[in-house]
Design a protein around this ligand. Sequence first.
Ligand code: ZN
Ligand code: ZN
Ligand code: ZN
Ligand code: ZN
Length: 408
Amino acid sequence: MASGDALGNLKGLRITSLDGDDEEEREQEIAIDEDDDDDEDEEAEDSVILGFLKKPKNPRSLLRHLFPSKAGGVPAWLDPVNLPSGRSCLCDICGEPLQFVLQVYAPEDKECTFHRTLFVFMCTSMDCLRRDQHEQWKRPPHKPSRSVKVFRCQLPRHNAFYSSEPPKKDDKASGTAVALCNWCGTWKGTKHCSSCRRAIYCSEKHRVKHCNFGHEPDCKRVRISSQSYDSSHDNSGAAMELQKEVACNTLWPEYKIIQEDESAYDTQMSEDNVCGSSLVPRNRTDESIMSSLLEAFEGDGDRKSWASFEERIGMAPEQILRYCSSTCAKPLWPMSSGQPSKADIPKCRYCNGSLRFEFQILPQLLYYFHVRNDINSLDWATVVVYTCEASCEASVAYKEEFVWVQLS
Ligand SMILES: [Zn+2]
Ligand SMILES: [Zn+2]
Ligand SMILES: [Zn+2]
Ligand SMILES: [Zn+2]
């Protein structure tokens, strides 16, 4: 499944070494390593790709035409025109526009998913995340109110926005892109500043925030520069000039996500795997021995689960992301309670097909985001993303997928 022409093309396309860093080049290859073992009851022995954060030496390497995987800052929208809109951009609980968490470039071996990126957003309020906890259990026909959202965007090799050939180091993003909010730099701008008519915002909330923050001096400068503005530029050019400045200073710091295969770390795991319940057993015999051992010592499930979670993560403690390309992969749960059953995972809202686990975000990300460690600060044990198994096409460019959050 992982071989063939398309993957060859993708490897050619995969962005490496814009910083002139050869080590990164090696790390960034996504190794899709399928295993024939797909017994239902057994945790499949799939290779997990770990994501680590690194400050980009060249922030330009995170621009959208280079198809980055990144965390913090603003999203590098794959489809720069048909962005999510309306309520999709808002926390369903408090109504604030959501903040960008991270995006993962994860193309698949199909024509329509030649480019494919998943985008995760979250409300920064811990109160909202706590309420989100109750909402995620709701099953149809109830419509849950979520404070965490994930979108899938995909494009064929031949598309309206990017060359079908791999980009080069010095390429600039070209083509049209919608103007983004001058406050958050994240969502599509739909409301203009009534005074300069240049500054644009995703929402009334962000217009007001910019106003309170002191958009006025800028506002005048924009009015002056727009009078001397070269009319040969089209509107989208003008919009792009403006969007370079993101006024709000509360975005999370920006990082590049570097990928490495977990197998590079698991030499010790294969020797010790009898110790932990969620470690991957090498064969069935090991597993049955292990489960009888665990039954004999049935104690605090969460404590045991947490211990084996910690042990597995401990092999590469700086990981912030665990990605698995196999459709039968399972998340690594920090706790045994509060996991979704099969029935808690909804069907794809577009094709009604099954969703599968694709990646999970670890709490280490909060450390890199400098989120404070107090009672009202954002905190989670893991954020698990489920996506349409078929990566279906739909009438919208950004398809909302499903997230499950486990709090610690
Ligand atoms: Zn909220
Ligand atoms: Zn905004
Ligand atoms: Zn203005
Ligand atoms: Zn679908």
